[in-house]
Ligand binder design. Structure first.
Ligand SMILES: *[C@@H]1O[C@H](CO)[C@@H](O)[C@H](O)[C@H]1NC(C)=O
Ligand SMILES: *[C@@H]1O[C@H](CO)[C@@H](O)[C@H](O)[C@H]1NC(C)=O
Ligand SMILES: *[C@@H]1O[C@H](CO)[C@@H](O)[C@H](O)[C@H]1NC(C)=O
Ligand SMILES: *[C@@H]1O[C@H](CO)[C@@H](O)[C@H](O)[C@H]1NC(C)=O
Ligand SMILES: *[C@@H]1O[C@H](CO)[C@@H](O)[C@H](O)[C@H]1NC(C)=O
Ligand SMILES: *[C@@H]1O[C@H](CO)[C@@H](O)[C@H](O)[C@H]1NC(C)=O
Ligand SMILES: *[C@@H]1O[C@H](CO)[C@@H](O)[C@H](O)[C@H]1NC(C)=O
Ligand SMILES: *[C@@H]1O[C@H](CO)[C@@H](O)[C@H](O)[C@H]1NC(C)=O
Ligand SMILES: *[C@@H]1O[C@H](CO)[C@@H](O)[C@H](O)[C@H]1NC(C)=O
Ligand SMILES: *[C@@H]1O[C@H](CO)[C@@H](O)[C@H](O)[C@H]1NC(C)=O
Length: 246
């Protein structure tokens, strides 16, 4: 019998700079809902999809590490809002990384993880990776993320979240929505998130263009119907907001 873990939570870690008092508020919706079905149906249409192995289907093979990103129209000066779906198999965590250049500076990591010390309970973190010293463990990053939903079934982690106000031009004067996407995994020992192991480096992609990484295939992958596991994966919707008081 498949073990289904239901989860919840959304603890989003806020790392506070000295001198700033922060309060993190967690709130949970009363209703439970499911993580939406992950398919390739909207890839290249309303979502930019990245995955490894190439063209793998998140509804099928569990070896598929997959992310689908929808970017809103950028509104200066705050930037764009991203809606992200992420899925993959890991005993620890899976993560989506956003960076301007994966060989310099830092990568923002949006981590969906299971807590092995707590029967595989789902949790979420924002961290950053040093792109130069890539074997350093990730360090906490203060970044607001909302509408975090997640589930863990066996070691399959699925999550969805929104990242408001993303702007790439704070570090480079070009397109505000051009980022390099990293997909990867790492360990969690009950306490510490281990080194981020990169499985995919997309190179620069315009997140506003769902076709920016579409290769000219003769047959585009058509939407395969999601094969829902017999066991429904429940999940609790959690919304988290952070307010910082100076
Ligand atoms: C994001 O989704 C909305 C609503 O489905 C759609 O109108 C918009 O075009 C999508 N954005 C991109 C960049 O595809
Ligand atoms: C999943 O994909 C891997 C690599 O492509 C393959 O070896 C494996 O047989 C596939 N498993 C299933 C259940 O399709
Ligand atoms: C930019 O962000 C600020 C602070 O969150 C908000 O008050 C403002 O309405 C935002 N502007 C736009 C155009 O979204
Ligand atoms: C991104 O940030 C730059 C510099 O802070 C600003 O000039 C630009 O208007 C922003 N763009 C968007 C779409 O928010
Ligand atoms: C990333 O930075 C390195 C070192 O500055 C540079 O050589 C490389 O061209 C940059 N890559 C991109 C995609 O900008
Ligand atoms: C993991 O589970 C342990 C035991 O329940 C708990 O003490 C710890 O805070 C949890 N860690 C996270 C990141 O949720
Ligand atoms: C973990 O699962 C075992 C067996 O299903 C159960 O006995 C135990 O209470 C669970 N522990 C937690 C922290 O949920
Ligand atoms: C990388 O690590 C080395 C040794 O710990 C340190 O000297 C160097 O400043 C680090 N580089 C960056 C960019 O953090
Ligand atoms: C990271 O990658 C290395 C080499 O591919 C592999 O041996 C190691 O098990 C990976 N670690 C994790 C936590 O995935
Ligand atoms: C795809 O095909 C179009 C027109 O046939 C061509 O302009 C474009 O460069 C091709 N893109 C790739 C990634 O091959």
């Amino acid at each position: 019998m498949e073990r289904v873990l239901i989860l919840l939570v959304a603890a989003f870690m806020a790392y506070m700079a000295p001198g700033i008092q922060g309060t993190a508020h967690l709130s949970f919706a009363n209703n439970t809902t499911q993580v939406s079905n992950f398919t390739r149906q909207t890839c290249g249409v309303t979502e930019l999809c990245v995955e490894t192995p190439d063209d793998c289907d998140p509804a099928g093979n569990t070896t598929c590490l997959f992310a689908a990103i929808n970017a809103s129209t950028p509104m200066a000066p705050n930037g764009t809002d991203l809606t992200v779906k992420l899925s993959g198999e890991s005993m620890g965590y899976i993560a989506l990384g956003l960076t301007v250049n994966s060989s310099v500076g830092n990568t923002m990591l949006f981590i969906c993880a299971q807590n092995s010390s707590s029967n595989g309970t789902f949790f979420f973190r924002t961290m950053q990776r040093n792109n130069v010293n890539t074997t350093d463990a990730p360090t906490p990053l203060e970044k607001t993320v909302t509408e975090i939903r997640g589930s863990v079934t066996d070691n399959m982690i699925r999550c969805e979240f929104n990242i408001p106000d993303i702007n790439a031009t704070t570090s480079r004067s070009s397109h505000a929505t051009t980022f390099t996407i990293l997909l990867g995994k790492g360990s969690f020992d009950g306490n510490t998130l281990g080194v981020f192991n990169v499985s995919l480096d997309s190179g620069p992609l315009n997140l506003r263009d769902p076709t920016s990484n579409v290769v000219n295939a003769t047959t585009a992958p058509t939407g395969r119907a999601p094969t829902l596991a017999a066991n429904a994966v429940l999940l609790l919707l959690s919304v988290l907001s952070l307010s910082i008081m100076l």
